[in-house]
Design a binder for this molecule. Structure first.
Ligand SMILES: Nc1ncnc2c1ncn2[C@@H]1O[C@H](COP(=O)(O)OP(=O)(O)O)[C@@H](O)[C@H]1O
Ligand SMILES: [Mg+2]
Length: 258
């Protein structure tokens, strides 16, 4: 699996926001699922999404309500936030699922910046009892995508907050409201938070940087999450030339690409 949100044309990306008055918001151009949906990178996210949906379908009735997929990595900077956000956007664009993206990186959340959400209340405020989940949900894409930012650093230990009853209740509620819930989770080797969250998820997606993350670190991260179901590994930042370009669509038909 690879994802290559590198060569993105600059098209003034925006995302329609349906609550809070403002009609649209500018997002990070690396959210290629939105800014360059016909690119090879966006196609890779679609491949990832459909593989995850297939794994979920194999689980059948074992998952009650929406499925929770935690995206994490061995160390920081691998592209977890970007992958989780593109994955959630890809799922929401398919228009056949109600999708939530929740930033569980209470120490250094990256989702608010990607979606240009400002300083609105997020998961930290929910877990410390300062706000309700409903208040923290930013809704996009005709309501198909809901985003919860990390919020203000809670001051308390993030692992204990994530291990506490409020987080469990929040996930249960999200399962009733959404079909797919994607969690942006801090790195497994550097924090206890990753384990705490991973054990609550149905599936884990591990992100590694192509040519950078040492193999042993990825293996150590998987061991660290021992027992949690790893559904996939994303090799992020693969050279575009090493990934086949998607076939162009002409008048609704696939061509041979020549
Ligand atoms: N495939 C990629 N192509 C270009 N930039 C990327 C790619 N993946 C991640 N980045 C950039 O690298 C930095 C770290 O990515 P981020 O998603 O924040 O990582 P993490 O959440 O794992 O710490 C960000 O500036 C992000 O935009
Ligand atoms: Mg991040």
């Amino acid at each position: 699996m690879s994802s290559i949100p590198k060569a993105v044309e600059n098209r003034g990306p925006f995302l329609e926001r349906i609550e809070g008055g403002a009609a649209e918001t500018t997002v990070d151009e690396r959210l290629v699922a939105l800014t360059a949906p016909m690119s090879a990178a966006a196609e890779q996210y679609r491949i990832l999404l459909h593989r995850l949906r297939h794994i979920r379908s194999l689980r059948g009735d074992a998952i009650q309500g929406g499925a929770i997929v935690a995206v994490t990595s061995a160390v920081r900077g691998e592209g977890v936030s970007l992958t989780a956000a593109n994955l959630a956007l890809t799922a929401a664009r398919s228009r056949d699922a109600r999708v939530a993206l929740v930033d569980c990186d209470l120490r250094r959340g990256g989702i608010a910046r990607l979606f240009n959400m400002g300083a609105r209340a997020g998961l930290a405020e929910v877990l410390t009892g300062k706000t309700e989940v409903g208040e923290a949900l930013g809704r996009y894409h005709e309501g198909h995508l809901a985003v919860v930012a990390a919020g203000r650093a809670p001051g308390a230990e993030s692992a204990s907050l994530l291990a506490g009853p409020r987080f469990a209740q929040t996930l249960s509620l999200l399962r009733t409201l959404f079909d797919e819930i994607y969690l942006d989770v801090p790195p497994a080797l550097a924090t206890a938070d990753a384990q705490v969250v991973a054990y609550k998820a149905d599936g884990i997606v591990m992100v590694a940087r192509a040519g950078e993350t040492p193999r042993e670190q990825v293996a150590a991260a998987v061991r660290q999450l021992s027992g949690a179901p790893v559904w996939g590994l994303v090799l992020n930042g693969v050279e575009p030339s090493r990934v086949p370009a998607p076939l162009p669509v002409v008048k609704g038909h696939l061509t041979s690409g020549k």
